[in-house]
Design a protein around this ligand. Structure first.
Ligand code: 6R9
Length: 635
């Protein structure tokens, strides 16, 4: 990958200029570094109005040949994955590129033996164990489409996702360790499977020795199936625009959006950005703490690092177990050189006594990264000073499930950093700021809505089964531009700072949650008539959820009811979506067209009621005072 690794600021500027002047030629040169069965006929075809984006059309490849086969000769014995278990007393696992190749090929045959073919959808609901990586790569090997669901989601969230893309198979584990807890994943799956007619087979990996209930004819153990499988599995030859995976992300209506990523462009985009943002060297140990159930794990634990031939760490546990020094203990133990995490994790660790950091030798670290939400100044400095000791560039990487790969970020050690700024766009990325009237803001020192005016290879191609929604959400706000949903400020040097979402998505501890999804869950409670959920600033989670709830006339407000509502959200979506605060109200401020004025509710939740704006146009201005009086705010 050295061929496209930028080495100086001047080289960055040159690459950037070239990528704007002639994007096709720029990306062709990069794509030429990969293994293709056949090169593409047409580099790019696009139309943001339709919308349609196609990269490397006619190109034939398999991404696993790029992540595995092509490394065998040169770095076959190099460690591809280091797995660090939840329990520090359990052995770490080191898996070389050759071993990973063998495991993936063999498991790919398990998929085939169970009737999975090219184009079939496979849901993966697994903990952070190497078998999760093996399962996803095995899907890619045979051209099956993986749809990974974060193993913290509830039964109904799994069922909804399985049904949306009609998955034929579910791959899971019996149990998962999470800190001092054990969670029975199979039980959660069984409940989901009551309502998922498309699933024919369930493969269960035994993470623990506990007995597991298995359904005759449907459920099979990973190891039993492996025994029956052949070792070799030639890679399915895929078209560059064939679907690689679906990954669900929250939308501002209740329904999650199945973002579709395709093979060629995604591979080129993730590998190029991994190589340039993190600047990995030959013997480095790179650790991204995300879960593979999110896009960060897909792109920067698995596909990008493996295609680039790096050593990537997978951690099963949580930052607080057995104590708050766990991340730093692992950095010391594995001699981690690159550490990539989320601001919410940094803020929660910064709250702990510094001794948890000081007990560990962090001298192996060279580069630090953050992703998922805006990083505040204090957290940035804590990270830079205490973890990086002022010696490690901090790359604040802005991107999205939809963009597939990092879009705006410093290149470690090469381009300048500025606290709280994602800084400059990567080559090939053309950000613009837009004003409310849809006009482009050309000035520096300006704030607006962040859009992108030219396609990049790893952009999601559609929302599974709902192309119209894809158009509407991303391409209808500004003509001929991709709208990110984020606000942004651009400084005098052209650095971008992401200011946060401008839509009804709230990022809680780095997880995107659609307020509508949470409202739908609350509304399922028999005592609830209506609800409105907003985010408010929280010093560890970034944002937390505040729910305003109207009860049916025959229901009595009580603490028990609050607990029930929180539980219901936990079981419908997952524990991360539980609102921190629930306030019972008699009415919600509404516009005359019946829209809930979330802006006002957000201000009340944030204890910022000095300037609520004009509320006289509301249908029911009187409820505002009432809500403020009873608001659950700390002083
Ligand atoms: C990769 C990922 C996307 C949303 C995005 C933005 C926020 C991500 C950020 C950031 C400020 C950063 N976001 N990185 N905000 N600075 N460095 O997180 O994807 O889960 O889809 O979230 O996250 O609001 O629009 P995803």
């Amino acid at each position: 990958m050295e061929n496209f690794q930028i080495k100086t600021f001047a080289e960055y500027k040159k690459a950037y200029r070239k990528s704007i002047k002639n994007p096709e030629a720029f990306w062709e040169e990069i794509a030429n570094n990969f293994t293709w069965h056949k090169k593409w006929d047409k580099t790019l075809e696009w139309d943001f109005e339709k919308p349609e984006v196609k990269w490397f059309q006619g190109g034939k490849l398999n991404i696993t040949e790029n992540c595995l086969d092509r490394h065998l000769e040169t770095i076959g014995n190099k460690t591809a994955i280091i797995w660090e278990p939840n329990d520090p007393d359990e052995e770490s696992r080191y898996i070389s590129y050759r071993q990973l190749f063998v495991k993936v090929s063999r498991f790919a045959n398990v998929l085939k033996n169970n009737g999975i073919k090219k184009g079939d959808k496979v849901c993966i609901y697994m903990p952070m164990i190497p078998e999760l990586a093996i399962a996803m790569l095995a899907c890619a090997r045979i051209g099956a489409v993986h749809s990974i669901v974060f193993a913290g989601f509830s039964s109904s969230a799994i069922a909804r996702r399985i049904n949306d893309s009609e998955c034929k198979m579910l791959i899971t584990a019996n149990e998962v360790y999470r800190g001092s807890k054990k969670v029975n994943l199979k039980e959660i799956c069984d409940k989901a499977l009551e309502d998922t007619p498309s699933v024919e087979t369930v493969i269960v990996y035994r993470r623990t020795v506990e007995p597991t209930t298995m359904k005759e004819g449907r459920d099979k153990f990973w190891f039993d199936e492996l025994q029956k499988a052949e070792k070799e599995c030639p890679a399915e030859v895929m078209d560059a625009e064939d679907m690689l995976f679906i990954l669900y992300t929250s939308g501002s209506t209740g329904k999650p959006k199945g973002m579709v990523h395709t093979t060629g462009g995604y591979m080129v985009g993730t590998t190029y950005t991994f190589t340039n943002v993190f600047q990995p060297q030959k013997n480095d140990v790179y650790w991204c703490t995300a879960d593979i159930g999110w896009i960060t794990g897909h792109s920067y634990i698995i596909y990008g690092p493996l295609a680039a031939g790096a050593t990537t760490v997978m951690f099963e546990g949580i930052p607080s177990y057995p104590d708050y020094g766990r991340f730093w203990e692992i950095c010391e133990k594995l001699k981690v050189t690159h550490f990539y995490t989320a601001p919410t994790a940094i803020r929660s660790l910064a709250k702990q006594p510094l001794k948890f950091v000081e007990h560990h030798d962090l001298s192996s670290l060279k580069v630090l990264g953050t992703v998922g939400e805006p990083i505040n100044e204090e957290a940035w400095h804590w990270y830079n000073d205490n973890i990086g000791k002022g010696n490690c560039p901090v790359v604040d990487t802005w991107w999205q499930t939809e963009t597939g790969a990092i879009m705006i970020s410093p290149l470690a050690g090469i381009t300048p950093t500025r606290p709280t700024f994602a800084t400059l766009p990567l080559p090939g990325v053309q950000p613009v700021l837009m004003d409310e009237s849809g006009k482009e803001i050309e000035e520096l020192n300006a704030e607006g809505r962040l859009a992108i005016k030219f396609p990049w290879p790893s952009i999601a191609r559609t929302i599974y089964g709902d192309h119209e929604r894809y158009r509407e959400v991303y391409f209808s706000t500004f003509s001929n531009k991709y709208f990110t949903g984020d606000g942004s400020y651009r400084d005098a040097s052209g650095n971008y700072r992401i200011t946060g979402r401008v839509d009804d998505i709230v990022i809680v501890s780095g997880h995107n949650l659609g307020t509508a999804t949470v409202e739908n869950a609350i509304d399922e409670h028999e005592s609830v008539a209506e609800s409105a959920v907003v985010g408010y600033p929280h010093d560890v989670k970034g944002n937390a959820l505040y729910a305003y709830v109207i009860l049916h006339h025959d229901a009595e407000p009580s603490e028990e009811l609050i607990a029930e509502i929180r539980e219901l959200v936990g079981s419908t979506i997952g524990p991360i979506a539980k609102p921190d605060k629930v306030q019972f109200v008699n009415g919600l401020p509404k516009t005359r067209s019946g829209k809930i004025m979330r802006r006002i509710l957000r201000k009340i939740a944030s204890n910022d009621t000095s300037n609520l704006g004009d509320i006289t146009t509301l249908l029911n201005p009187e409820v505002v005072d009432e809500i403020i009086k009873e608001a659950k705010i700390e002083n």
